[in-house]
Design a protein around this ligand. Structure first.
Ligand code: ADP
Ligand code: MG
Length: 718
């Protein structure tokens, strides 16, 4: 029995999913797999694990597992459920990539989908679990899709072996045909249980015009107007990224300051000073309907940011009621769309955009782009306003623009390279990846590219070159895994980096390879100081920090032979120096390093060190907090190891006839692209411009820039 507090009991009773407990549990008993659909906030994530627990699924030494596509959700939901059930976090726990609080007493385990995939590699039958819940399946994250494919096979296997396991797929939208009507996944379609959420009507207000650039400014004005003119109720603003979120938070805090002990008069005066008085401005698109309550602009706005990388303590604030006499205003990225439900929201301001990483299918060039979201997504966002009473959604775009949105967002698996997934599947002995029951399969072209890369890295066996063309093509898609490939699959990093780890034994290079691979995997180790300053004061501070960062980069890049390891030498220097200083926020701040990134690198270094020792116990590597810089010999060896992993990312300085064209000045040529690529001014090799380089990735910003560049000797080039 679960001993819940009276407040928790009362809050639970209001959740729509509670009315369906019988129906859900009956369906679970009678079917191996079921699908549950219910609006965000209906109680799926917090309650369904409790239903299973109370029905005895956590007894007999097995656990209930719940996967989330986002780390934020795994952590915060495990805390919430522990609290609701009055159980310690040793029993209701979480595991995400770098950390967790799982113990041998854990009964309910929240984890990211990537963590469960790794567990399947260790134990295909997932014998620790009696039930697996795949949450947020509508998001169609790559790992979620793969897990559903794998579990569609694991569940019947468990049944056959007489130790049944249940699969529950949960979605915030009704669009689940890709799972239920996919004959390759489930021969008998799993039953779909719909949870009727009490969703109050949300009035949608479209902008007449659509701001093409400054939607953050537009969001600011709209939020100010809502606060000044509309009755009490929380405001939730959707923007696309962390920087935008912070900038809007700052502006709003300045406009409607929240300070303890303020009098009404002081607030009104400040509003006038900020030019936000009560003047008429004849704004017609902000119609209030016939709400009789009056707004009071002198009420302070309690502004909170919300995004994935925000520290958990900060995130938890959005669930608490705002201080008395204030209005809650949350500025969020996509995380607030479905994974977290913020109580008390009556107004939603939607910029209509989303930031996504895009990959070029042929060249692998990636870029972050802000694009229009989908209609389904925009409707999810609007729905956030109608959880507790009728609400309003202000779309910062016109209805015509909305009409041009895609109906649904694409499954992630169709939008990115898949070599990491293919290697993991091969390690699971799924030789013909094309035949895998993907909810939405990636294109054959993308699968072939992945197998080719893995063959060139030595992770898969070379396909035979004889036989008929058709057979050869088929062989290209079913190359068996090699022993090297198995070792690579055991490292929790991309195959290119895994290859470097596998080669790291030479010349005692492993500790360096581990440090560099950790830094390349975490990415973005430096603070972004290229942003424009908002004030003169900030500008001079920024300039100081830029100068300091340039100095540090130069120091870490080393001298002589070390220089040729390029940006990877800088990474190595930064990681070493940071560890030496104890990885403190202060050190990072002073050196222009992102503290959060450095902490992740530290954890990943530990993890990779363990993984390497597990594959190859005789090397006995450890994380040395006083790592000395590599010797000249070791630098050469490191450069060769890097080339072995990044061999397909080779670039050569433009020469000959190309140089006539000014667009090729200081440019590099790569086999896959017609366009010139460049070494970034921040790179250690910007001045050197070696003839051959390898790069970690090409990012398209103002130009095509290579990142993570390292020099290669001409005679090494195959
Ligand atoms: P769903 O998964 O269907 O979207 P949830 O189970 O996440 O719904 O949320 C159910 C309710 O629990 C919501 O009203 C939400 O506000 C509340 N809730 C979730 N997490 C917390 C938390 N950490 N603190 C307080 N309330 C929370
Ligand atoms: Mg949920």
């Amino acid at each position: 029995p679960v001993d819940r507090s009276p407040e928790v009991q009362e809050a639970r009773l209001k959740l729509p999913v509670l009315a369906e407990e019988q129906v859900i549990m009956e369906a679970v008993r009678e079917n191996p797999s079921i699908v549950i659909c219910g609006e965000t906030g209906s109680g799926k994530t917090t309650q369904v694990p409790q239903f299973l627990y109370e029905a005895g699924y956590a007894s007999g030494g097995r656990m209930i597992g719940i996967t989330e596509p986002r780390r934020v959700a795994a952590v915060s939901m495990s805390h919430r459920v522990a609290k609701e059930m009055n159980l310690p976090t040793q029993v209701v726990s979480y595991q995400i990539r770098y950390e967790g609080n799982v113990t041998s007493d854990t009964k309910i385990k929240f984890m990211t989908d990537g963590v469960l995939l790794k567990e399947i590699q260790k134990d295909f039958l997932l014998q620790k679990y009696s039930a697996i819940i795949i949450d947020e399946a509508h998001e169609r994250s790559v790992y979620t899709d793969i897990l559903i494919g794998l579990l569609s096979r694991i569940v019947p296997l468990r049944n056959k072996k007489g130790m049944p396991m249940k699969l529950l797929i949960m979605s915030a939208t009704l669009r689940v045909e890709d799972f239920t009507e996919n004959q390759r996944l489930f021969r008998t379609p799993p039953p779909v249980i719909k949870v009727d959420a009490r969703q109050f009507p949300v009035t949608i207000h479209f902008n007449k015009r659509t701001p093409l650039e400054d939607y953050t400014g537009e969001a600011f004005h709209k939020t100010c107007k809502i606060h000044r003119m509309l009755p009490p109720g929380g405001i939730l603003v959707f923007l696309t990224g962390q920087a935008e979120v912070h900038s809007l938070c700052r502006r709003l805090r300045k406009a409607f300051p929240f300070r303890k002990g303020d009098t009404l008069k002081m607030r009104k005066r400040r509003l006038l000073e900020a030019g936000i008085g009560d003047e008429e401005d004849g704004d017609s698109d902000l119609d209030l309907g016939d709400d009789p309550e009056k707004a009071d602009a002198s009420i302070p706005l309690y502004v909170l940011p919300l995004y994935s990388l925000l520290a958990p303590e900060q995130q938890a604030k959005v669930f608490r009621p705002p201080p008395p006499g204030t209005r809650l205003c949350v500025i969020a990225t996509n995380v607030a769309e479905t994974s977290l439900t913020i109580p008390g929201i009556k107004y939603v301001v939607d910029c209509g955009r989303v930031k996504k990483r895009f990959y070029d299918k042929v060249t692998g060039v990636s870029s972050f782009k802000v694009t229009w979201t989908s209609q389904a997504s925009a409707n999810q966002r609007a729905g956030r306003a109608g959880r507790t009473e009728p609400g309003h959604c202000y779309r910062l775009y016109s209805s015509a623009v909305f009409g041009d949105f895609a109906l649904f967002s694409e499954a992630e698996i169709t939008r990115r390279p898949v070599e990491d997934l293919v290697l993991q599947m091969k390690d699971l002995n799924i030789e013909k990846v094309v035949n895998f029951p993907f909810p939405t399969p990636p294109s054959t072209e993308v699968l072939v590219a992945a197998e080719q890369l893995l063959v060139s890295l030595g992770a898969l066996e070379e396909p035979p070159c004889t036989g008929r063309l058709k057979d050869m093509q088929r062989a290209k898609l079913s190359c068996p895994i090699t022993p090297l490939g198995r070792a690579m699959a055991s490292f929790p990093v991309a195959p290119r980096y895994a290859k470097m780890l596998a080669l790291g034994k030479q010349q005692d290079c492993l500790p360096y390879v581990i440090a560099v691979v950790a830094a390349m995997t975490v990415r973005e180790i430096f603070e972004d100081l290229d942003r424009p300053a908002r004030s003169e004061d900030e500008s001079s501070k920024l300039n100081q920090r830029r100068a300091r960062l340039t100095q540090m980069r130069r120091l870490w890049a080393g001298q002589g032979a070390s220089l040729l390891l390029g940006d990877l030498m800088i990474m190595l220097g930064a990681v070493g120096a940071c560890e030496f200083a104890g990885c403190t926020p202060r050190f990072c701040e002073n050196s222009g390093l992102r503290y959060k990134a450095m902490v992740e690198i530290r954890k990943l270094r530990g993890q990779l060190t363990n993984a390497v020792n597990a594959v190859c116990p005789e090397v006995g590597v450890f994380v040395d907090p006083k790592m000395t810089p590599p010797t000249e010999h070791q630098v050469v060896c490191l450069r060769q190891i890097v080339l072995a992993g990044l061999g397909d990312h080779l670039a050569r300085r433009a020469q000959g006839e190309d140089l006539v064209d000014p667009k090729w000045k200081n440019a590099y040529k790569t086999p896959l692209m017609d366009e010139p690529v460049f070494i970034h001014p921040n790179s250690a090799l910007f001045k050197t411009l070696p003839e051959f380089v390898v790069y970690q990735e090409v990012m398209e910003t103002s130009k095509m820039y290579m990142r993570g560049v390292s020099a290669v000797e001409a005679e090494w080039v195959p």
